[in-house]
Design a protein around this ligand. Structure first.
Ligand code: ZN
Length: 82
């Protein structure tokens, strides 16, 4: 699983709306990918904050910004890894 795939499923993962197989793959990704781990935690916290305030759903701009940041970071790492 790549970061892009992870981020695509992140919402479903946080909602708990995914099948066990996919959930396992996502959690495996979190084991070694610190970037996605951070994004996952941040997104979850953001969702919780909004839920507490009874504001819903998670605003797209925040999610988009998080996802762009993580994708850019991963790309950057790849560019310099060789
Ligand atoms: Zn990742």
């Amino acid at each position: 699983m790549k970061c892009k795939d992870f981020l695509k499923e992140l919402n479903e993962y946080l909602d708990g709306n995914i099948d066990v197989q996919l959930k396992t793959e996502l959690e495996e990704h979190l084991q070694w990918c610190h970037n996605c781990f951070v994004v996952c935690n941040t997104t979850r916290k953001t969702i919780e904050i909004y839920r507490d305030n009874e504001v819903y759903p998670l605003p797209d701009p925040i999610r988009d910004r998080l996802q762009q940041a993580i994708v850019a970071k991963c790309k950057h790492k790849h560019d310099h890894s060789s």
